[in-house]
Design a protein around this ligand. Structure first.
Ligand code: ADP
Length: 319
């Protein structure tokens, strides 16, 4: 292995820059050339490559987003598109690729190995929805962004003695809602992995109000449905005012937390180690605080599940 490339693909996540930095610096530490590919698989097809020297990743560890830009590429899903990508990789003498992204991006990476390229995935997505790893890069930052905002909403909720519904990201996975819900003492947490009854939510609100609670926060993961609609239903049942906040894309941005910077640094460095061992088709994972590599096939055969003990605990503590 002489020359490796790194790209970011799919939805961006805070901490991706720290992962790029780790790949570049660890690569150089082992005497490798490192090439950056701009705009994910789109850049791979277009040959949008840039040499990454040690200085190229200076002053980025604390920045959100990705300096390599990210993209979704329909063309890469076609054999013709991948042929172009492979031709570019060959022309540049690249024999290993680090893909920082989600499981869609990893499926793309796996297809490159059919052409003899070694590809390793680094899980970067705020949703924490990649099977096989306890955490993904960006999740911790997103949860911190959510609770910072809910803390503000809580101030005004107390002043006005209202019920606030906060819709957070998580189309298929409720991890952000779950962690933010426990961290913020939400009365109810609605996630795609657990069914809910409107009557239970209303009961919890009534119980809180009987013991003199001044406000209530209900967190809804977007995969459950519209926060606005749920707010309307609660208002209809209780007759009292509700306010809905949809946090949206602010959850994707911002400076990565220390946890995400450390995770990204460890994972990016591990990806280089895996390539140096001449292994391929693996995803870097953190399991029980150990950074390890697992086969893409193994990861794809699993289903991500949030830690439901957090859900149960949040229900007990927010009584
Ligand atoms: P994420 O990596 O965040 O899950 P996507 O699912 O949008 O995001 O995937 C990012 C890109 O990876 C896609 O635009 C496409 O170029 C590539 N990709 C995704 N799935 C596949 C697939 N099954 N085969 C080939 N390429 C894929």
């Amino acid at each position: 292995m002489k020359r490796i490339a790194v790209l970011t693909s799919g939805g961006d996540a805070p901490g991706m820059n720290a992962a790029i930095r780790a790949v570049v610096r660890k690569g150089h530490h082992h005497g490798l050339d490192v090439i950056g590919v701009r705009r994910g698989y789109t850049g791979l097809i277009q040959g949008d490559f840039v040499t990454m020297d040690l200085g190229s990743v200076g002053d980025i560890i604390h920045r959100g987003g990705t300096v390599l830009y990210s993209a979704r590429s329909e063309e890469f899903k076609t054999p013709e598109g991948r042929e172009k990508a492979v031709a570019n990789l060959k022309e540049y003498g690249i024999d290993g690729l680090v893909v920082i992204g989600g499981d869609g991006s990893f499926r793309g990476a796996q297809l490159l190995s059919d052409h003899g390229f070694k590809a390793v995935g680094v899980p970067g997505t705020i949703d924490n929805d990649i099977p096989g790893t306890d955490f993904t890069i960006g999740f911790d930052t997103a949860v911190n962004t959510v609770i910072e905002n809910i803390d503000r909403i809580r101030d005004t909720a107390t002043s006005h003695e209202r019920t606030y519904i906060v819709e957070v990201m998580g189309r298929d996975a409720g991890d952000i809602a779950l962690w933010a819900g426990l961290a913020d003492g939400a009365e109810s947490i609605l996630i795609p992995e657990a069914s809910y009854e409107l009557d239970d939510i209303v009961d919890r609100l009534a119980r809180g109000s009987r013991r003199g609670k001044k406000h209530s926060i209900i967190i809804v993961a977007e995969g459950v449905g519209s926060g606005v609609e749920i707010g309307r239903q609660i208002k209809e049942k209780t007759g009292s005012e509700t306010r809905v906040t949809v946090l949206g894309h602010i959850q994707r941005g911002g400076s990565p937390t220390a946890f995400d910077r450390v995770l990204a640094s460890r994972m990016g460095a591990k990806a280089v180690d895996i390539l140096l061992e001449e292994k391929s088709d693996q995803m870097v994972a953190i399991r029980n605080n150990e950074i390890t590599g697992i086969d893409f096939d193994q990861a794809f055969s699993m289903k991500h599940q949030p830690d439901m003990s957090i859900y149960d605990l949040a229900g007990i503590l927010a009584i």
